[in-house]
Design a protein around this ligand. Structure first.
Ligand code: AMP
Length: 279
């Protein structure tokens, strides 16, 4: 497994043989089984697999969150080597944002609700870094998790609008045994917070069961999720959403198909999760 720092190194490895297909898995490191599920899918569908590890400063709207983001590059490389990854790209921030850098990618409507409303500038940072990684790496396919449902929608929109020549593959959410969606931020939870964190899944599961039993009122589903989370003392709601899966705008009437999503602070750690109901 090669570990590259620079753009030049990545391009050299990527284009050593132009007939080879490459899958790219962009990550911020502190890897867990969620990331590894993307790596395995990429491994199965491409000749070679590249993984980027970059804690992208421009997508953090909160400097404290950036400072506290877990970093464990050696452990990450051991995990990726065991998965048969061919290339790890772990650039330092100035390689991506050299002095004088001034170009950003702004995706419009789909970035406005949900995470975009709670984290101003977040998707500008995400779209910019992913566009740069696509340009440098030029993968055949790129792999993203449904865990970040709006991120997938933003990247698909950007790839379509800017005609990136690659396939975007979305992979299902990997969960802990109790239902908590795996996340690099979970390591920041204390034992009691870790137990409380299952409320995100509990709220989604409860609403999706109600939907399966015929409840279609978006308001009722939102209320049900809100009440469930409010009963957990360590949890504080950022948002609870029943949205149109295409536009990500809130549904006011009947939810025939919906993205159920939420962002909740457990102590100081902000967690997100989602589930889709309907086709
Ligand atoms: P991150 O390192 O958090 O930026 O995540 C890198 C990629 O892994 C993103 O496409 C995430 O959506 C995906 N990912 C993170 N957690 C999970 C999970 N629990 N299940 C599936 N994919 C995930």
């Amino acid at each position: 497994m090669l570990i590259a720092k620079t753009i030049v190194e990545v391009r050299t490895v990527r284009w050593a043989d132009s007939n080879v297909t490459w899958g790219l898995v962009p990550t911020m490191g502190a890897l867990h089984e969620g990331h590894l599920s993307l790596v395995r899918r990429a491994r199965a569908e491409n000749d070679k697999v590249g993984v980027s590890i970059f804690v992208n400063p421009t997508q953090f709207n909160n400097p404290d969150d950036l400072a506290r983001y877990p970093r464990m590059p050696e452990r990450d490389c051991d995990l990726l080597r065991a998965e048969g990854v061919d290339l790890v790209w772990a650039p330092d921030p100035p390689e991506i944002y050299p002095p004088g850098y001034q170009t950003y990618v702004t995706v419009e409507e789909v970035t406005r609700p949900l995470e975009g409303a709670s984290r101003p500038g977040h998707f500008r940072g995400v779209a910019t870094v992913v566009a740069k990684f696509f340009n440098v790496f030029q993968p055949t396919r790129a792999y993203f998790g449904q865990k970040d449902a709006q991120q997938v929608a933003v990247i698909r929109q950007m790839a379509r609008d800017l005609a990136f020549n690659l396939e975007i593959v979305t992979c299902p959410i990997v969960r802990e045994a109790d239902g908590l969606a795996m996340s690099s931020r979970n390591v920041r939870l204390s034992d009691s917070e870790r137990k409380s964190a299952v409320v995100l899944y509990g709220a989604l599961f409860g609403a999706s069961e109600a939907w399966k039993h015929g409840e279609r009122s978006a308001n009722k589903l939102r209320e049900m999720m809100t009440r469930f989370i409010e009963a957990e003392p360590l949890a504080r709601i950022d948002y609870v959403s029943i949205a149109d899966p295409g536009t990500l705008l809130e549904i006011e009437g009947r939810a025939e198909q919906a993205l159920l999503s939420l962002a909740v602070f457990i102590g100081e750690v902000r967690l997100i999760d989602n589930m889709v109901v309907g086709n």
